[in-house]
Design a protein around this ligand. Structure first.
Ligand SMILES: Nc1ncnc2c1ncn2[C@@H]1O[C@H](COP(=O)(O)OP(=O)(O)OP(=O)(O)O)[C@@H](O)[C@H]1O
Ligand SMILES: [Mg+2]
Length: 257
C-alpha cells in the first residue's frame, strides 16, 4: 500500500480573537488527501469562515494550539502570499474592490506570482480568454474593474476564473454568500467539476445542501461550536437537509449526559 501525504492536515486547532477569552475553533481536526472534495457544513457561527481565514493567514486571529500542515509543511509560519504560491487558494484573500484595475491586469499579477514568471500582457490576455471560454463566460469580463459593482453572481464567476487560472492544489471556497441564484450556483459547481483532478482538492464550505446537488463531495463534515462533530459521505448532507442541525445537537447533548 502506498502512503499518500495529505494535502491538508488540521490537527487539534484552537483559535480565538486576540483580546477575547473564548475560543472560536475548539480542537478542529480535518484531513484532506489529493483529489478529494470535502464539504464543510454547520450552523451559523460554528467557525467555518474562521477556519478558512486562518488557513489563508488572516492576521486577526490567534492560533493558540494545534497545527496546520499543507503538503506536510507547517503553514502557520508562512505569510499569506507564500501560502498562495505554494498552491493554497482562497478566493477572499484578494481585495474586495480594486477600483480602476481590470480583471486582466489584476489576474496577470496573481498569475506571475503564482508561477513565478513574467508573462507579457498580450500573452496573458490570450490565456485569460481561453479560460473564460472554457468556463463559458463572456470575454468582456476581462476588461471589468475588479469586483467594482459586481453582483454576487459575478463575484462568484470571478472566483472561478481565479481558480481556473491559478491551478491551486487546494481550493477553499466559502459559500457563505447565500442568495446565489441557480445560474451562479451552476457556474461555481461547473467550475469545480471542470477542475476536479487526482492532484487537486477542494474544501467547499456551505450552509445548505443545495450546492451539493451539483458537486458531489467525497466527504461531508459537520462543524458545531468550533470542531467537526460528525463526518460522513454525501448521504450525511441529505440527512442534514431533512433533519436540520438540531438533530446533531440533540445527539451531542444526549452523548454528554
Ligand atoms: N473578526 C471577528 N470579530 C468578532 N467575532 C468574530 C470574528 N470572527 C469570527 N467571530 C465570531 O466567531 C464565531 C464564528 O464565526 P464564523 O464566521 O467562523 O462562523 P461561520 O460558521 O462561518 O458562520 P456562517 O455560517 O454564518 O457563515 C461567530 O460567533 C463570530 O461572531
Ligand atoms: Mg461563514
Amino acid at each position: 500500500m502506498t502512503e499518500k501525504t495529505p494535502i491538508l492536515e488540521v490537527k487539534n486547532l484552537w483559535v480565538k480573537l486576540p483580546d477575547e477569552e473564548d475560543y472560536i475553533l475548539r480542537g478542529m481536526d480535518l484531513t484532506i488527501y489529493p483529489g478529494e472534495v470535502h464539504a464543510l457544513m454547520g450552523p451559523n457561527g460554528s467557525g467555518k469562515s474562521t477556519l478558512a481565514k486562518v488557513l489563508a493567514g488572516h492576521p486577526g486571529y490567534e492560533v493558540v494550539d494545534g497545527e496546520i500542515l499543507f503538503k506536510g509543511e507547517n503553514i502557520l509560519e508562512m505569510e499569506p502570499d507564500e501560502r498562495a504560491r505554494a498552491g493554497l487558494f482562497l478566493a477572499f484573500q484578494y481585495p474586495m474592490e480594486v477600483p480602476g484595475v481590470t480583471i486582466a491586469n489584476f489576474m496577470r499579477l496573481a498569475y506571475q506570482r503564482r508561477f513565478d514568471k513574467e508573462v507579457k500582457y498580450g500573452d496573458f490576455y490570450k490565456i485569460l480568454l481561453q479560460h473564460l471560454k472554457k468556463l463559458e463566460m463572456d470575454a468582456s469580463f476581462a476588461a471589468r474593474p475588479v469586483n467594482e459593482g459586481f453582483s454576487g453572481g459575478e463575484k462568484k464567476r470571478f472566483e472561478i476564473v481565479q481558480l481556473s487560472l491559478l491551478e491551486p492544489q487546494l481550493a477553499v471556497l466559502d459559500e457563505t454568500d447565500s442568495g446565489l441564484d441557480i445560474d451562479a450556483l451552476k457556474v461555481v459547481s461547473n467550475g469545480v467539476n471542470l477542475m476536479r483532478s487526482p492532484e487537486r482538492s477542494f474544501l467547499v464550505i456551505t450552509h445548505y445542501q443545495r450546492i451539493l446537488n451539483y458537486i458531489t463531495p467525497d466527504y461531508v463534515h459537520v462543524m458545531v461550536e468550533g470542531r467537526v462533530v460528525r463526518s460522513g459521505d454525501a448521504e450525511l448532507a441529505q440527512q442534514l437537509e431533512e433533519k436540520g442541525y438540531d438533530w446533531i445537537r440533540g445527539e451531542l447533548a444526549a452523548a454528554n449526559t
